[in-house]
Design a protein around this ligand. Structure first.
Ligand code: F6R
Length: 241
């Protein structure tokens, strides 16, 4: 694993953008695997700024997102489809038809997993952006998820519900289930770019980089990926330096 330790969030985002820019600029038809959450917002701001200043085009780019809350749709400002539009897609020249995410409102959840999984088999990610949960989750693959997992519906753990409640009016509004890519779908990406910032991610980053490769720490599977780059700030890197 390649590790880049940045001084702060801004520098982490700029370094992450360098990795992303190389993919987008060398392959204008690339498939980007994208994540939501607080961590990649700075990376997305850099992508938007570059698009506006330098005209980097996303017209032929395709995207696949990691996950979506079950029950939320694009009109909910907590849904991940809404997040992606607001924080990235609306400010790029990307074709909405080329952006993909699980349908949180699907009534047949099993069929929706099968549909999305088939799509992931067609659209191998040239790069997959990831954040990391404080419990070591990646996407919504919580501790104990099999490394061989593909797209599935998960029951969110108490720790994830608590972490994510900061973005909702109150903790009761956080959905208890989500659709997520599985760990095998993530590992299928040609390149992984995982980001982490802040002291509350230090333990998870330790597990990602130096811990035992175990399903108890989903992110540890990335130690087995041939092209994985971690970009983190000093606070998140505290236990690996
Ligand atoms: C987001 C996702 C999650 C987050 C993780 C970190 O699509 O799948 O795994 O990456 O929970 O969230 P933040 O960045 O908000 O700390």
């Amino acid at each position: 694993m390649k590790i880049i330790v940045a001084k702060n969030y801004e520098e982490m985002s700029a370094r992450a953008f360098e990795v992303m820019a190389e993919v987008v600029k060398t392959n204008p038809q690339a498939v980007l695997g994208l994540a939501t959450g607080s961590t990649p917002l700075g990376l997305y701001r850099n992508m938007i700024e570059d698009h506006k200043k330098n005209g980097t085009s996303y017209k032929q780019i395709k995207t696949v997102n990691l996950d979506e809350y079950a029950g939320l749709d694009e009109n909910s400002d907590q849904s991940y489809v809404y997040f992606m539009r607001k924080n990235l897609f609306d400010s790029l020249d990307i074709d909405r038809k080329n952006t993909n995410i699980e349908d949180g409102t699907a009534s047949d959840r099993k069929a929706e997993c099968a549909r999305y999984n088939a799509l992931l088999h067609e659209l191998q990610q040239d790069i997959q952006v990831l954040g990391i949960g404080s419990n070591g989750h990646i996407a919504f693959n919580e501790p104990g998820t099999p490394f061989g997992s593909e797209t599935h519906v998960v029951d969110l753990t108490e720790s994830t519900i608590k972490d994510n409640s900061r973005l909702f009016k109150n903790i009761d509004e956080v959905p208890r289930q989500a659709f997520t890519m599985g760990l095998k779908n993530i590992m299928n990406a040609k390149k992984i770019l995982i980001l982490a910032n802040g002291e509350n991610k230090a333990q998870a980053v330790y597990g990602l980089v130096k811990g035992e490769v175990t399903e108890n720490v989903p992110a540890s599977v990335l130690q087995l990926h041939p092209d994985c780059t971690l970009v983190c700030d000093e606070a998140a890197a505290r236990l690996i330096l």
